[in-house]
Design a protein around this ligand. Structure first.
Ligand SMILES: Nc1ncnc2c1ncn2[C@@H]1O[C@H](COP(=O)(O)OP(=O)(O)O)[C@@H](O)[C@H]1O
Ligand SMILES: [Mg+2]
Length: 341
């Protein structure tokens, strides 16, 4: 691809797995699967002709301050997903960039906060009359009692996680004993509130969107479960997302969604734009939802700054719409500069 006319100084900021080496040499890590998104973005930025510096962070915010002072970037490509192992702290990384008045890609602390807190997100969506599963939140230490309005089967997940951490076949519960047990598990093992939701049966759809004010909706992706044992509910778990051998055994595949009948595709696009706006997502985002057998659209969660690995849903959807990966990276960069103005 031809380099862009305007070359920027871009700082690619990402999370390192543990204290980063003082010389910030990640050449070995960047060749591994765990750093695919980082490697793909860095490669695209270089291909576009930008001047790229990289910074890995773990638990030291001062590294960000020092780097930006020493080498002021035009824009930060923010790929951090947690800080000191805390997923919700990605909002503080964005907050630091905001305080330093440097443009950065993706969502602001507001969008990151609203989406990462799945309970708060659902309260907000309900205000906008967007359908979400009925739910209750259980903080560690509080009594675990199921309100009668919450009907089995229920689905229990950590309230502030992503990438399906804490989601397994045991997340699906059909009686009070397993309900309590799973909530305790989230409290004890994951140290955060648990979210209990009505289980929504239906096709699982991922919708990728790009933009700040005007939004572009990319072709939908769908997870299909070809070989789940008879009668077993079909939903994504940590294993079904990341364990290739398990995916093969269970016939789990991510594909482009076959179109829905009766204008449902248009309704999905409209709802996803409304979710994106309600939850203050900026730049790029992905909405996870289910479409029930009665064609109801139920939003499960919104993901600001979704993974940009070329092989992951967001890039796949964008490329299907004819946006090459470097073009996509350039668009995300431009959106960051636009929202900083
Ligand atoms: N209320 C629900 N009903 C049915 N399936 C659900 C529900 N909530 C979550 N799931 C299943 O669990 C997966 C992960 O949940 P999600 O809320 O998207 O969290 P994550 O941030 O881990 O992706 C979903 O992709 C879906 O398959
Ligand atoms: Mg999800």
């Amino acid at each position: 691809m031809a380099p862009v006319k305007k070359r920027y100084k871009v700082l690619v900021l990402f999370g390192s797995a543990g204290t980063p080496p003082a010389n910030q040499d990640f050449s070995k890590e960047l060749k591994t699967e765990d750093f695919a998104a980082e490697a793909n973005v860095i490669e695209a930025l270089k291909e576009l002709g930008h001047e790229v510096r990289t910074l890995g962070i773990w638990d030291e915010a001062s590294l960000i301050v020092d780097e930006i002072k020493a080498n002021p970037p035009d824009v930060v490509f923010n790929l951090t997903e947690h800080f000191n192992e805390i997923s919700a702290y990605d909002r503080n990384v964005a907050g630091l960039l905001e305080m330093m008045a440097v443009p950065y890609t993706g969502s602001s602390p507001t969008g990151l906060t609203l989406c990462k807190n799945k309970g708060m997100a659902k309260e907000l969506l309900a205000y906008h009359k967007i359908r979400v599963p009925n739910f209750a939140i259980y903080s560690p230490g509080a009594a675990i009692k199921r309100p009668s309005r919450l009907k089995f089967p229920l689905f229990i997940k950590p309230a502030e996680e992503e990438a399906s951490y804490g989601i397994s076949l045991d997340s699906f519960v059909e009686d009070d004993a397993s309900f309590e047990e799973r909530i305790r598990f989230i409290h004890e093992r994951m140290n955060q509130p648990a979210l209990a939701e009505e289980y929504i049966e239906g096709r699982e759809i991922y919708v990728s969107l790009l933009g700040n004010d005007r939004l572009r909706v990319f072709p939908f992706r769908e997870v299909i479960f070809n070989a789940m044992p008879e009668g077993q509910p079909k939903f994504s778990t940590f294993k079904s997302k990341w364990d290739d051998a398990y995916r093969k055994r269970r016939g789990i595949e991510n594909v482009f969604a076959e179109p829905f009948p009766n204008g449902t595709d248009q309704r999905i696009a409209k709802i996803c734009k409304a979710v994106y706006r309600a939850l203050r997502i900026r730049g790029y985002g992905r909405i996870d939802l289910r479409v029930t057998p009665a064609d109801e659209i139920v939003v499960l969660e919104a993901n600001p700054n979704p993974n940009l690995d070329r092989a992951d849903e967001f890039a796949q959807s964008a490329m299907k719409a004819g946006l090459s990966f470097p073009r996509l990276v350039q668009r995300i960069l431009t959106l960051a500069l636009e929202s900083a103005r």
